[in-house]
Design a protein around this ligand. Structure first.
Ligand code: GLU
Length: 294
């Protein structure tokens, strides 16, 4: 009789940015990923997403460690810090550039807004994972013409064509099921996303895909507000020959008025609950996790 193969190791991660205090929603994400990893006998990794250095602060990074420990969450191995991974992002960008799928873009937010509002002022622009869909103003420019004031964008239509179509690319979203990429969803729903900002040389999308692969993440647990970025991540994995994790996009934790929590609202910060005398059991109960016995 064939022997049963041991089930593959589950590797989850929590990837906060130290640009503010963790709030209840982060607690929910971290606890969901941590408990899923532990239930499966897997690993839970921590990654500090600090590419946007001017917005990151050491005290927020320290607060991440303190808050996670307070919640009873420990992580395996060393913490990965994105600010130390710039060469890996540069290599990935160079690969996409060498495939001829990138162009430099010097448009400011204002340029983009005015290009979008010009012909039909009363129509709301389509929103993608990074806000309004880039109107393509710089699409004809060559990478050799890139200046210090330019970001680098991915030409999505060319990327789709390079792969010979995307209808064989899919991923599993726990909750929604199997999602298959669709050309229109990418071209019209995401647009030519930024791969490298002019100031930081990479972008969230590029860094997250490169790092999930480097950390061998099998399961990505994050809020449903990130779900619209996942098709882009799947596309980048295909272009860069990287594996695709399973995704779990969870519900957002909202405040008493039903608004989603943002880092700037410190009232819902985990530290505010702690200061108000709440226990970890209180937080777990609030978030719908079973009490820890004892
Ligand atoms: N760094 C992102 C954040 O703090 C999370 C990204 C992710 O989980 O993919 O919102």
């Amino acid at each position: 009789m064939a022997s049963r193969r041991p089930s593959a190791l589950i590797i989850e991660r929590f990837a906060p940015s130290p640009t503010g205090l963790l709030h209840l929603g982060h607690g929910f994400s971290a606890l969901t990923a941590f408990e899923a990893a532990h239930k499966a006998g897997g690993r839970f990794l921590l990654r500090i997403e600090d590419i946007d250095q001017p917005r990151c602060r050491p005290e927020f990074e320290q607060a991440i460690y303190d808050d996670l420990r307070w919640l009873g969450i420990s992580w395996d191995g060393l913490v990965m810090r994105q600010s130390e991974r710039m060469p890996a992002y540069r290599n990935a960008l160079a690969k996409l550039v060498s495939l001829g799928l990138c162009y430099p873009c010097g448009c400011t937010r204002r340029d983009i807004a005015s290009a979008l509002s010009a012909p039909q002022e009363d129509v709301d622009p389509v929103m993608g994972p990074d806000g309004t869909i880039y109107p393509g103003t710089c699409r004809g420019r060559k990478m050799t013409a890139r200046t210090g004031n330019d970001a680098v964008r991915l030409n999505i239509a060319m990327a789709v064509a390079y792969l010979g179509g995307v209808n064989k690319l899919n991923y599993l979203d726990i909750g929604t099921g199997k999602i298959t990429l669709d050309k229109d969803m990418l071209i019209e729903g995401c647009g030519d996303i930024v791969l490298a900002r002019k100031d930081i040389g990479t972008s969230y999308h590029l860094a997250v895909v490169v790092d999930d692969a480097e950390q061998k993440i099998t399961h990505v647990t994050r809020g449903i507000d990130m779900a619209s970025a996942t098709p882009i991540h799947r596309l980048l994995q295909a272009l860069l020959d990287l594996p695709t994790p399973i995704y779990r996009h969870h519900r957002l934790i909202r405040d008493a008025n039903g608004k989603r929590l943002a880092k700037r609202f410190d009232a819902m910060a985990l530290q505010a609950y702690q200061r108000a005398g709440k226990s970890v059991q209180d937080i777990r109960e609030l978030l719908g996790f079973p009490a820890i016995p004892g």
